[in-house]
Design a protein around this ligand. Structure first.
Ligand code: MG
Length: 363
């Protein structure tokens, strides 16, 4: 069997974040993702997701001009080999960004095909289905308005989430969230790389009594692991990072610098499931917790669920706290009591509803 074609389909879905939408590239953010479709000569189809947001046109171009012609005629079961070959071939174009996002989407689609060929859900190929559902934490959007932060934190806690993540940089917003959820719910804060180490350490002092379970990406630039390690040590806070890392070697540098307690590789960015598993193994050997980044609503989320379903220890899934009506893969996203069911069908366990893909496709 061989690969016949690889294509990319951008979709933009309406979604409700229970507050004003954040702006990105000058317009309100939509839930955008780039579906990657791999078809084999015998007509089987695998689905993946490449990091979307505002960069999807570049990633789509990479898939169409570099990935598709390079993999046509290759054996779709040779996943690691294809990943290695294309990583080497295109390394001069960057080891992260649209090239690696495209390879990530391809890798997920090939794993989907592998599961379908075996007639098993992906988790069974990755070590076994150790649970039927995974615990999730509520990853709230950035609202800025302290009242909206408090209201949505209380809403998430009320829905049973035992851990809530904010995307806020203000101490007032963090305080309001803690007051809204009480002491029994874990609270983490993702600030997306704004500060110097000194500024971050000062914030750690100001939020000490708010009992942060982790502080995520505290310093600019994100790859300054020495400064990140300073925040961890002098700020006396657990640090999480990794969504902006490129390849497992970046994680190795992060771990060797003593920069993090939680490693957060992102399946649609880091190189797909293949690279995610390498990071998971590396984290285990360094005694760092594995906590993938997955604020997705497409195959990237489902791939992360399948990986977590196969992990020995139970690791909470990052789950976007929002409502996406008409999601083409809604059938695989079943939330009950702050847990997401592990899809039981072969591969990822869910093909996108093509009627909805057509409806929300970006032309
Ligand atoms: Mg983050």
């Amino acid at each position: 069997m061989t690969i016949r074609s690889v294509s990319a389909i951008p979709v933009s879905l309406p979604f409700d974040i229970y507050g004003p939408k954040p702006m990105l590239a000058g317009r309100p953010r939509m839930m955008e993702f780039l579906l990657v479709r791999v078809e084999t000569e015998d007509g089987r189809v695998g689905w993946g997701e490449a990091f979307g947001f505002a960069v999807w046109p570049a990633t789509k171009a990479v898939i169409e001009t570099l990935v598709d012609p390079a993999v046509r005629g290759k054996d779709e079961a040779a996943i690691a080999q294809i990943h290695d070959e294309l990583s080497r071939k295109y390394h001069l174009l960057g080891r992260t960004g649209p090239v690696m996002y495209a390879l990530s989407g391809l890798d997920i689609a090939l794993w989907d095909l592998a599961g379908k060929a075996a007639g098993k859900p992906l988790c069974e190929l990755l070590g076994g289905r150790r649970r039927d559902s995974v615990a999730a934490y509520a990853s709230l959007m950035k609202y800025t308005d302290p009242d909206v932060v408090a209201r949505n934190s209380a809403k998430a806690a009320g829905e049973g989430y035992g851990m809530i993540k904010l995307h806020e940089t203000g101490v007032e917003q963090i305080r309001r969230a803690r007051e809204a959820i009480g002491p029994g719910v874990k609270l983490t804060v993702d600030v997306n790389c704004p500060w110097t180490a000194e500024q971050a350490i000062a914030i750690c002092e100001q939020t000490r009594e708010l009992d942060l379970y982790w502080l995520e990406e505290p310093v600019w630039p994100p790859e300054d692991y020495r400064q990140m390690a300073r925040v961890r040590k002098e700020g006396r806070v657990a640090v999480a990072a990794g969504e902006n890392a490129s390849t497992y070697l970046d994680f190795q540098a992060m771990f060797e610098a003593g920069a993090v307690d939680f490693a957060q590789p992102s399946v649609t960015k880091i190189g797909g499931i293949t690279e995610l598993l390498r990071v998971a193994d590396l984290a285990r050997r360094h005694g760092v917790a594995f906590a993938p980044h997955s604020p997705y609503m497409g195959p990237g989320l489902i791939a992360t669920i399948q990986v977590l379903a196969a992990c020995g220890e139970e690791i909470p899934l990052e789950f976007c706290f929002c409502d996406v009506t008409d999601n083409p893969v809604a059938a695989a996203i079943s939330v009950r009591g702050a847990r997401l069911a592990v899809p039981a069908g072969p591969g990822l366990g869910c093909d996108p509803d093509l009627r909805l893909v057509d409806k929300y496709r970006v032309h």
